[in-house]
Design a protein around this ligand. Structure first.
Ligand code: DX5
Ligand code: ZN
Length: 221
């Protein structure tokens, strides 16, 4: 089953409640929240207060993607705010095993994200402890960028590693997902697709979400 995670990064912040409710009631599986600190990535976005506010209006799991340095300091605050899945970047965590344990101890599912240039081997040892592996198919920081084609082989290799672990671990792909790129990404083994521009960047986000799901479920290469 393919999970679609609309990213509020591309939503109209002045109509956020309306836009999030619309996708939540019409087929979204997670709501993806991009947290940026202006340090690890060259952009600033939301914090725990946004997660807390979203929690009041949707039942869907909140998939919080931390693009921040020193994520350990904030794990408790995102748990308290209501994050269900907390994904940190491998590049920000020298003690990744400890950070993943902290996320679990705080009662959330744990994900690890890899930038396009970060090799998969850097998460091979931690994979059995994860609930989600996020392959970035753009350099993190902005919505609306083009999908990096070399990500495809990485997604396929990540799927093989997950199969070897032998338990359910989501394989999420984030960046440049659209009805054009989704079928190939799914064919390589992704099962969670994050989409900002392809959903909230469109005049009718619900229609765009349905189009993305239809494309993703064709599984054409
Ligand atoms: C990028 C973020 C993405 C972003 C994707 O740094 O992690 O979640 O919202 O945007 P699109 O789908 O527009 O590439
Ligand atoms: Zn993201």
């Amino acid at each position: 089953m393919i999970h679609i995670a609309p990213s509020i990064l591309s939503a109209d912040l002045l109509h956020l409640e309306e836009e999030v409710r619309a996708v939540a009631e019409n087929g979204a599986d997670f709501i993806h929240v991009d947290v940026m600190d202006g340090h690890f990535v060259p952009n600033l976005t939301f914090g725990p207060n946004m997660v807390r506010a979203l929690k009041r209006i949707v039942q869907l799991p909140l998939d919080v993607h931390l693009m921040i340095s020193n994520p350990d300091f904030y794990i408790g605050r995102y748990a308290e705010a209501g994050a269900n899945l907390l994904t940190i970047h491998q590049e920000t965590c020298p003690h990744l095993h400890r950070t993943v344990q902290m996320i679990h101890q705080a009662g959330m599912k744990a994900g690890v994200a890899l930038n396009p240039a970060t090799p998969l081997v850097t998460v091979e040892e931690i994979l059995p402890d994860l609930d989600l592996l996020l392959i970035m198919s753009v350099n993190p920081g902005f919505g609306g960028q083009s999908f990096i084609p070399t990500s495809l082989k990485k997604i396929a290799r990540a799927r093989a590693l997950i199969e070897a672990v032998g338990r359910d671990i989501f394989l999420e792909v984030d960046g440049g997902i659209s009805p054009d790129t989704a079928p190939t990404v799914v064919a390589q083994g992704a099962d969670v697709l994050v989409a900002g521009n392809a959903i909230f960047g469109q005049p009718d986000p619900v229609k765009a979400l349905r189009a993305l799901r239809a494309a993703a479920e064709t599984r054409e290469v």
